[in-house]
Design a protein around this ligand. Structure first.
Ligand SMILES: Nc1ncnc2c1ncn2[C@@H]1O[C@H](COP(=O)(O)OP(=O)(O)OP(=O)(O)O)[C@@H](O)[C@H]1O
Length: 274
């Protein structure tokens, strides 16, 4: 079971670097990333396309080895996918099994653990209920809308009751209305389950709306170039929060910082032997 360190830093990313090496070339994706996330914190990460956001999450999830530096989760170095970690990626269509029902999809990760059958059923039912899909438990993913499929993916990730939830642009493929609903659902689940969330997005408004802190990454090879504490009310509302003057100010500050950050260009690529 994951528990936080005494200093309440659940996640520590220390001087993290990643280079993808092939015979022809080396791509430097991350360099010198330092980031600490407190237990229970909701941190959003923005940065230009191709700056290494997905790479960062994959390393934190233990799916990809770092080239340099380390990731410490609850005091333990991450070298493989840790227990008690939930992950939701953008491509929900690909992350769900078409031939399994919604209930079976949500149950799948639990089957690999030591959870007994009755407890598994309860956790699955509660997770589906939490995302408003109790009625769809026996449907197949292809019978559901994109937004509902993404709610299945969220249910699967939270059924574990993970201490840390990693999300990689999870709402970028759904329409604006559904996106707003999913953002609010996530905020509610975060509070209810006291999770820690690390949420990557292209969307500055979404980062400010959801985050307690917005982290801005630079061009590849990426480091953290700025961090913005978000002092909006704890419980937010799509209409009131987004139309508040403070939201506008914070959004403008983050936007200005991202604009100052150049798009990733050739220096991240190195020809081998050059
Ligand atoms: N398997 C791989 N092999 C080689 N290079 C890779 C690999 N995966 C990613 N890269 C490169 O690493 C850099 C960072 O990619 P990554 O997908 O992490 O960025 P990103 O910020 O998530 O991008 P986007 O915002 O467009 O999704 C890019 O230059 C990308 O081309």
């Amino acid at each position: 079971m994951v528990t936080a360190e005494p200093d309440e830093a659940l996640l520590r990313i220390v001087d993290l670097g990643k280079s993808y090496r092939s015979r022809e070339r080396t791509v430097d994706a991350l360099a010198g990333i330092d980031l600490t996330v407190r237990d229970g914190e909701f941190v959003t990460v923005v940065g230009p396309s191709g700056c290494g956001k997905t790479t960062l999450l994959k390393i934190v999830a233990g799916l990809l080895p770092a080239s340099t530096g380390e990731v410490i989760l609850a005091g333990r170095r991450v070298t493989e996918p840790p227990a008690d970690l939930g992950v939701v990626f953008q491509e929900y269509g690909r992350s769900l099994f078409a031939w399994k029902t919604v209930r079976q999809n949500v149950e799948l990760p639990l089957r690999h653990g030591r959870t007994g059958r009755t407890e598994r059923r309860e956790l699955v039912a509660e997770a589906l209920d939490a995302v408003g899909l109790a009625q769809a438990a026996d449907a197949y993913p292809w019978q559901l809308s994109g937004g509902m499929q993404q709610r299945v993916a969220i249910a699967r990730a939270i059924a574990y009751r993970p201490k840390l939830l990693l999300m990689d642009e999870p709402f970028s493929a759904v329409d604006a209305q559904t996106r707003g609903d999913l953002e609010d659902l996530l905020a509610t689940l975060w509070r209810r389950y006291a999770m820690t969330v690390l949420f990557v997005t292209h969307d500055i408004d979404e980062a400010v709306y959801l985050g307690q802190r917005v982290v801005v990454l630079g061009a590849a090879p990426t480091g953290v170039v700025a961090q913005f504490p978000i002092d909006l009310p704890a419980v937010r509302d799509q209409l009131d929060t987004r139309s508040s003057p403070r939201f506008g100010e914070l959004r403008a500050q983050v936007y200005a910082q991202v604009r100052r950050t150049p798009e990733p260009t050739a220096p991240a690529l190195r020809e081998v032997n050059s």
